[in-house]
Design a protein around this ligand. Sequence first.
Ligand code: HSE
Length: 393
Amino acid sequence: MKIAILGYGTVGRGTYDIIQARQKDFESLGGIQVAKVLMLEKEVDQCGLDPDLICTDYQEILEDDTITCVVEVTGAKDQGFLFMKEAIERKKHLVTANKAVVSQHLEELTGLANRYGVHFFYEAAVGGGIPLISPLKAQAKINTIDSIEGIFNGTCNYILSKMLDQGLPYGEALEKAQDLGYAEADPTDDVEGFDTLRKLVIVASLALGFPVLEEDVALEGISSIKVSDMDYLKDHDLKIKLLASFKKDGDDYGLIVEPALIGRNHPLYGIDGATNAASLHGNFVDQLTFIGPGAGKYPTGNAVVCDIMDLCRLKEEKINFTKRLKGSQNDIKAPYYVSLDSDQNLPKDWIDWEESVDGGKRIRTKEISRDALVGTIENLRKEGADIFFARIQ
Ligand code: HSE
């Protein structure tokens, strides 16, 4: 199979290197040959690739009928979507790691691929190197998946681990995650939870069998966390994780991305650093947990190559997003940890425990409505308050 790789950044390079390194092993699949690598003019001099492989005009790839698969790893949102659409319309199979585009256009791209008789794979879009999408599709066919809980952002998990284990300030931990190649070009996507939200949308859509919307997800990132919040965790033998949660109960489903405090008995307690994990529950299979590297050149490139190999085998069944449930329901009841300034208050009857710390206070609430808490916090933030909150899991 002749393929074109669109983008020669972290994932593009990882994908290319793996394909080159394993040429002999792909012979039994009929061979995988990188025919072109699309990049920007300004990247050409530094790329170190054979000039015959380099391409700066996408039309050349589209018009080459010997290229039957396009691997889109640009990370670009609008441009990436256009590249993908055009590839499918030229009847080329599509493999991508672009979670932003998959999350927003899953139904459209799936429908288009079905219409043009090509395959559309996106294993690398969620969980980096973890084989998750493919087993999830299989499990969703057999089971009713009623919950998925995941750590889907390597950058956030790395930051939270470094703050807790080494007492690193938030900014320094983020810089390290960027140096290691985990973070997005704009790390706001990581730390404000958008990247996790997109990955949750993808897995929840596959679990439910119809596309859920990004707007349906309740979202809180980790950027307001302080080193002092770590003392509470240490005192109570807890860890903090940016958790993506999907829950289905009859026709209702809820989608939340927010920091959560978890104890030793939680299945994701041991997931530290850039590692990602997903724990799902199905009515027949029971609880399944997937763990692995969530970001980085070779883990993510590895997931892309797995998709290309699956394409060579052409075993994938087409998905049709046909059924719908009535709506999303995110107002859970849970106890929350809240850290805020000393002159700010939560309603007295919510408070289970409270302590004063330097310039602020920490509160553990009773089991309260998430919507009510978020409403109160939004109002306090409008007045300039610096508040961090996390669900106590
Ligand atoms: N920025 C992402 C992360 C990369 O940190 O998980 C992998 O999707």
